[in-house]
Design a protein around this ligand. Structure first.
Ligand code: ATP
Ligand code: MG
Length: 480
């Protein structure tokens, strides 16, 4: 009996070992792929399939078939592309980008809701190798078709949209004479380079991401799929940079509404209707426009309708309004629903200063930091724009940069904020290259581009800092 058990054990053991060895051999020699291909071949033979052809051109009009475009984007974004037997490597839009593309008549597999599908990139050529027609052919098991075809096509739509969005070149539009004019938008701002409270930053990121995924939710509630943000705070605290960072983060175009260029309510509505989906609509310095009641040509109800976006329904829009101060603004203009989130941009404190020093000077600790902390504690402050400018022009010497910040803070607290003048002096006397704020773009470009747009690029000179009264604010974000 004991012998039998020992023998049984030995048989089982050697069986398991041989299986293990066979698997190892298959993996090492890539035979596993051959075996897998056979298994797939056999599986294919025992199922009935349906084929769906997506031609490149529409039959009747010979125009590009939009479904083909979407499928092409989708197929070329599949991770399984890397496992395909033949793919072509192309250079992408950005330097060092390498893009994979499926070769002629190659198949690629995909799995959706547990079903296995495949696409073939079918290309017909004549005897001179000229392409006669292109199409993608989807092969799907007949038993899966009813269950997955519709959601799968929907999925392709969403993914291709996403791919397109990520790869698109951003534009900034400015209005003049009731029309939008665009130029490429290449602002490098990102949420990472922006110095704001990390919790606020994380909350805004997640708010934006949640909004993007909420189409069905808004639709179910019968609400326009839009989200509005009010960015307010003293000059030079990063409001415009935040807008640029949000556009880069979302890969959205910007529509920069200059209210002074708008003739009346109808003109404003017409502009809204001309905006495209996946864009951020921006009105800068709304407080200034609202306070100039005598010269305003837009009624407050026209402005509110614009902010509500009532004329534009289905597609996602984000609106961002900036103000230096929201005191004295009609509460109706800022009510929940009209503005969804209020984000305050404070003047610099010691923490933000340290972040700026790390970004601009690569300095995380310095012997002058305690002195800077002390001055901040005494109530002195400056805007991040002013501090970052001093750091930028003195970047070759962190000690000199910190000393210039210290003396600017001291003089700022002494004489109530004449830092801009000091900045010019510092820039002029500095051996470092001139500030990018003064140099970016040529004069012709400056003339052609409206003030708000240049401001977004940080090309205008810094304004002097606002009254010390603004120091009383605490950083806050009111979510409604
Ligand atoms: N919070 C910040 N973090 C990093 N850099 C900042 C920040 N705030 C301002 N800056 C720097 O200052 C420059 C000017 O900032 P920005 O134009 O965004 O300020 P703003 O709040 O829009 O000012 P204004 O109210 O005058 O329009 C930016 O180009 C950026 O380099
Ligand atoms: Mg601004």
């Amino acid at each position: 009996m004991l012998m039998f058990v020992v023998n049984l054990f030995l048989v089982c053991f050697s069986f398991i070992c041989s299986i293990f060895l066979v698997r190892l051999l298959l993996h090492r020699t890539a035979l596993i792929y051959v075996v897998r291909k056979w298994a797939e071949w056999v599986e294919d033979r025992v199922h009935v399939h349906q084929h769906f052809k997506v031609p490149e051109l529409n039959d009747s009009t010979q125009q590009e078939n939009q479904v083909y475009r979407r499928v092409s984007l989708y197929v070329n974004s599949l991770a399984s592309l890397e496992d395909s037997d033949f793919t072509t490597l192309f250079s992408g839009k950005k330097p060092n980008d390498i893009v994979l593309s499926l070769n002629d008549n190659q198949a690629i597999h995909d799995v959706f809701l547990g079903a296995r599908l495949s696409w073939v990139n079918q290309i017909e050529r004549d005897h001179q190798n000229q392409v006669l027609s292109r199409s993608f052919v989807l092969r799907i098991k007949k038993r899966d078709r009813r269950r997955i075809l519709k959601p799968y096509l929907q999925h392709i739509h969403t993914v291709s949209d996403d791919v397109e969005q990520r790869g698109k070149e951003l534009k900034i539009y400015n209005n003049s004479n009731g029309k939008w004019k665009s130029v490429p938008f290449n602002h490098p701002a990102s949420f990472d380079s922006l110095v704001i409270d990390p919790d606020v930053k994380a909350k805004i990121r997640s708010d934006l991401e949640t909004f993007l995924k909420s189409k069905q939710y808004y639709h179910k509630l019968g609400r326009v799929w839009k989200r509005s943000y009010l960015l307010y705070g003293p000059s030079g605290t990063g409001k415009s940079s935040f807008i640029a960072a949000a556009a880069n983060f979302l890969n959205y175009d910007l529509y920069n509404v200059s209210l002074s260029q708008v003739v009346d309510d109808a003109d404003l509505n017409a502009l809204l209707l001309q905006t495209t989906r996946k864009s951020i609509i921006v009105i800068e310095d709304l407080d200034r426009y609202v306070s100039e009641k005598s010269t305003a040509r837009i009624t407050s109800s026209g402005l509110m309708n614009f902010m509500d976006g009532i004329l534009n329904s289905q597609d996602e829009r984000i609106m961002m309004f900036t103000m230096n101060d929201k005191d004295g603004i009609d509460p109706a203009l800022l009510r929940p629903g009209r503005i969804d989130m209020h984000i305050y941009f404070p003047m610099c404190d010691f923490n933000s200063f340290k972040n700026l020093a790390s970004n601009y000077l690569g300095v995380k600790e310095h012997k002058l930091f305690p002195q800077v902390a002390e001055i901040f504690q005494s109530g002195a402050t400056m805007s991040p724009a002013e501090i970052s400018e001093l750091m930028l022009v003195n970047r070759s010497s962190p000690s000199r940069a910190l000393k210039s910040v210290i003396s600017a803070l001291q003089s700022n607290s002494r004489n109530g904020g004449k830092v801009a003048a000091r900045l010019s002096d510092s820039a002029a006397s500095s051996p470092a290259p001139p500030s990018v704020l003064e140099n970016a773009g040529g004069p012709a470009w400056k003339e052609a581009v409206p003030k708000e747009f240049r401001k977004l690029y940080g090309l205008l000179r810094l304004r002097s800092c606002r009254s010390p009264g603004s120091l009383d604010h605490d950083s806050e974000m009111i979510e409604r």
